[in-house]
Design a protein around this ligand. Structure first.
Ligand SMILES: NC(=O)C1=CN([C@@H]2O[C@H](COP(=O)(O)OP(=O)(O)OC[C@H]3O[C@@H](n4cnc5c(N)ncnc54)[C@H](O)[C@@H]3O)[C@@H](O)[C@H]2O)C=CC1
Ligand SMILES: O=C(O)[C@H]1O[C@H](OP(=O)(O)OP(=O)(O)OC[C@H]2O[C@@H](n3ccc(=O)[nH]c3=O)[C@H](O)[C@@H]2O)[C@H](O)[C@@H](O)[C@@H]1O
Length: 440
């Protein structure tokens, strides 16, 4: 890759969520002139005033810097914004539709809105996660030979979005128009990341292949954790032993209450539908999805056991609601999934999450961790917020009615919990129960 500096380009980003806002603010920080567009007028007004609503370290600072420097703007109308753009990035939602495939309506709405306003030569770039064949379909919708469609999937993680965007392990860009993918890859040149330049279908498939691989890895680890429990082994030792092998790697080896978030569940579902559309039975991926439900159900059974076998009327305190630590995103959170099943079985739920305020259906959301322990039969750790490790477990024990702690993230120091007279159950770890009354 050439070490030449990035040539500043006029860029429009449509959609200012986790991906769009990060993309806009980061591309502006590289020196590009960026206009971000959103249909949510109130959000546009807040962003134009420098107010960022989502929890992403460093993002508000980058937005503020771009606004002050004058190369980052927020507007409501996409048609006017795109008129002198060199590239337009689509960062709108592609949620799971009825039937499990990706719902492309937001993408189609934007293409219909801006199609004839795009200047000749402008690249129309899908950064949203879209099924294979979408670039071709957008090209047909556009009906313009002078506007190349480019796929540039995004790999950032929530909670580390800015760090991931500015320090990517790779940039993937694909197009069926010669030279168009290279032009989009050039926009990132200052990052010095390896780029994979390919055709549109391959770029689109990279995104699903990567996310689904991660989901399969996690389901595998959760299954191995279950085996550890049945065989008397310890998942921490097993994953450490596996992780030293560079072909496996150390990351994504932590068992938990099942994988969730705004992308892995919808993307696994979408790839299964994509496979079906070409009559491929993707049993391997289907099994990973089934295993994720089984993991959730094993957690429920464990909580029921810790509550004495019956969830009806049991008081359960939940520590954590977000789908992982470091984010305030509740979309497809395993914690909410666990809570809704507990609630359906008649449990009374009080929950606390440092990033979540306001009540949620079926539970009381407390404003501090100790409130969830008050009168609880079981306290369950569902999100791996580091602050839960530092709680005063003696105080928690004094507030509880029962004495069971179920730690679905293996977050706590078992000895500290046991010292407080409570029992502790992790995932794939030897069971630790000292108190006479605990159910293990
Ligand atoms: N959240 C993540 O960590 C990642 C998400 N992705 C993909 O990126 C895409 C966007 O995801 P998020 O940023 O999480 O979504 P989001 O829900 O946080 O944000 C989407 C934004 O698009 C706006 N929008 C919707 N329709 C619009 C329209 N017609 N015109 C203008 N703005 C419109 C919404 O108001 C919202 O602000 C999805 O395809 C997702 O799969 C890819 C990588 C990471
Ligand atoms: O397409 C997307 O939206 C993004 O999806 C994931 O990122 P994210 O959803 O932010 O979350 P992850 O950090 O991948 O975690 C996903 C789930 O797996 C769980 N997890 C993760 C790692 C682990 O070791 N154990 C584990 O249970 C998390 O708690 C969470 O529920 C991918 O990691 C990103 O590369 C991708 O861009």
């Amino acid at each position: 890759m050439s070490a030449a500096r990035t040539v500043a380009a006029r860029i429009v980003v449509v959609g200012t969520g986790y991906v769009g806002l990060t993309t806009g603010a980061c591309l502006a920080s590289l020196g590009h002139h960026v206009t971000c567009v959103d249909v949510d007028a109130a959000k546009v007004a807040r962003l134009a005033a420098g107010r960022v609503d989502i929890m992403e370290p460093g993002l508000a600072e980058l937005v503020g810097r771009g606004l002050t420097k004058g190369n980052l703007a927020f507007v409501g109308g996409a048609r006017d914004a795109v008129r002198d753009a060199a590239a337009v990035f689509l960062c709108v939602p592609t949620p799971m539709g009825a039937g499990g495939a990706a719902d492309l309506r937001a993408v189609e709405v934007v293409v219909a809105e801006i199609g004839d306003a795009l200047p000749s030569g402008c690249a129309l770039v899908t950064k949203s996660t879209v099924p294979v064949g979408t670039a071709r379909r957008i090209g047909e919708l556009l009906g313009r030979d002078d506007v190349p469609v480019v796929s540039n999937p995004e790999f950032l993680r929530e909670g580390t979005a800015v760090e991931d965007f500015l320090g990517p392990e790779r940039i993937v860009v694909g197009s069926d128009t010669p030279g168009a993918a290279e032009r989009v890859a050039d926009l990132y040149r200052a990052l010095g990341a390896p780029s994979v330049v390919t055709d549109a279908a391959s770029a689109e498939l990279v995104k699903y292949a990567a996310n689904c691989f991660l989901a399969m890895k996690l389901s595998y680890v959760n299954a191995i954790a279950e085996l550890c429990e049945r065989l008397g082994a310890d998942i921490d030792a097993v994953t450490e032993g596996m992780g030293h092998d560079r072909r496996i790697g150390r990351s994504f080896l932590k068992p938990g209450p099942g994988w969730g978030g705004s992308c892995l569940p919808k993307d696994t579902s979408a790839l299964l539908r994509i496979a079906e559309s070409v009559r491929y039975d993707f049993g391997l991926l289907a099994a990973a999805v089934d295993e994720n439900i089984a993991q959730r159900d094993r957690i429920i059974a464990r909580i029921a056991g810790a509550a004495g076998g019956d969830l009806a009327g049991a008081r359960i305190g939940l520590l954590g609601l977000a789908f992982k630590a470091g984010t305030d995103d509740l979309r497809d959170s395993p914690a909410l999934s666990v809570a809704s099943v507990l609630c359906a079985h008649g449990a009374e739920i009080t929950a606390y999450d440092p990033a979540v305020a306001g009540d949620l259906p079926g539970m009381t959301v407390a404003d501090n961790a100790y409130r969830v322990a008050k009168g609880a039969d079981v306290v369950v750790v569902l999100t791996e917020w580091p602050e839960f490790r530092r709680l005063d477990w003696h105080y928690l024990a004094a507030l509880m009615r029962g004495d069971a702690v179920v730690d679905t993230r293996n977050l706590l120091e078992p000895g500290v919990v046991l010292d407080a007279g409570l029992s502790w159950q992790g995932i794939g770890r030897p069971r630790r129960a000292v108190s006479a009354t605990s159910v293990s």
